[in-house]
Ligand binder design. Structure first.
Ligand SMILES: NC(=O)c1ccc[n+]([C@@H]2O[C@H](COP(=O)([O-])OP(=O)(O)OC[C@H]3O[C@@H](n4cnc5c(N)ncnc54)[C@H](O)[C@@H]3O)[C@@H](O)[C@H]2O)c1
Length: 283
């Protein structure tokens, strides 16, 4: 098969879908692999590293999409990418279509075959292509939330780990999967008091094992409202595979939070799990 790896075009996206070693493996298995010139640069890979392993370099996006039968990329196609997609392409990338009706309509119009990374599922329900990114997103959510709690960033000036003579910070996490579990583990290791809302018993058990400063609760309305009103940092990381994210926080609950507290909605790619969330970028 001819496999094409384009340069990512979404704001601040620095990943590349195949590292040189992975692309080289596919070449060894008899596939023809094409890389758009410079596609690996932001991840620290030069074109020459790919070329040495038998990968061919396309000078621009038009040439890359022309050569490729299967297009392997990281993020969903946006305007510039869509113009290159054809009916006979197989598109393999993160798509998050539950939150993107317009993109879904465009892909249906083109009539190609699309396989979303985040819906590739093992027999036990694990999501092997989503999981690594979720762990990253979960850790970053705690890091970014911690930073936004600093006063110069508009936060309330709360140190999550506490100090002698001050309370520890309170972190609330929704969802104890790969992302939420990573957020909770990092917050707990930093000394915060962490409450995780989850519906699966096995995942609640895992959270309880993180340490004595972690509590796992079922998301009953009154308990959610009580914990969120007292929280310094709230992180949303729920998922129903392939579906729009369930709403776990209403506008009223958000309004009831203390000034300078922080919310981070990791589920934004599935439409967001807080009522007022909307996608944006840091640039
Ligand atoms: N923004 C990013 O860069 C990024 C990266 C990776 C993943 N994500 C997103 O993070 C979210 C979580 O992904 P994941 O891999 O951790 O999923 P996961 O399947 O591992 O975990 C999700 C958890 O949410 C729980 N859950 C579902 N509904 C719930 C509810 N109403 N209340 C409490 N818990 C509930 C599930 O039981 C499950 O344990 C997804 O929306 C995913 O797309 C975002």
């Amino acid at each position: 098969m001819r496999i094409g790896v384009p340069k990512e075009t979404k704001t601040l996206e620095g990943r590349v879908a195949l590292v040189p070693a992975a692309a080289g493996d596919l070449v060894k298995r008899g596939h023809e692999v094409w890389l758009e010139q410079g596609a690996g640069l932001k991840s620290g890979f030069q074109d020459e590293q790919y070329a040495q392993l038998g990968v061919r370099i396309a000078p621009d996006a038009a040439a890359l999409y022309e050569k490729g039968e299967m297009i392997v990329k990281v993020k969903e196609p946006i305007a510039g990418d869509l113009q290159h997609l054809r009916r006979d392409h197989v598109l393999f990338c993160y798509l998050h279509l539950a939150a993107e009706p317009e993109l879904t309509r465009r892909l249906l119009e083109i009539g190609l075959t699309s396989i979303a990374f985040e819906t590739v599922e093992l027999p036990n329900g694990d999501l092997p292509l989503l999981a690594p990114m979720s762990i990253i997103a979960g850790k970053i959510a705690t890091q970014v939330g911690t930073t936004l709690l600093h006063m110069p960033q508009g936060g309330k000036g709360k140190l999550l780990g506490g100090l002698p003579s001050t309370d520890r910070g309170r972190v609330v996490v929704f969802g104890a999967g790969k992302a939420g579990g990573a957020s909770a583990a990092l917050a707990a290791a930093g000394g915060a008091n962490v409450t995780v809302f989850e519906m699966r018993q096995d995942r609640m058990d895992e959270m309880m094992r993180l340490g004595a400063n972690v509590t796992a609760l079922y998301p009953y309305h009154d308990e959610v409202a009580r914990e969120v009103a007292a929280a310094d940092l709230v992180i949303g990381a729920v998922l129903v595979t392939g579906a729009k994210a369930p709403r776990v926080l209403t506008r009223d609950m958000l309004r009831g939070m203390q000034d300078g507290s922080v919310v981070v909605d990791i589920s934004i790619d599935q439409g967001g799990c807080f009522e007022t969330s909307r996608p944006t970028s840091l640039k």
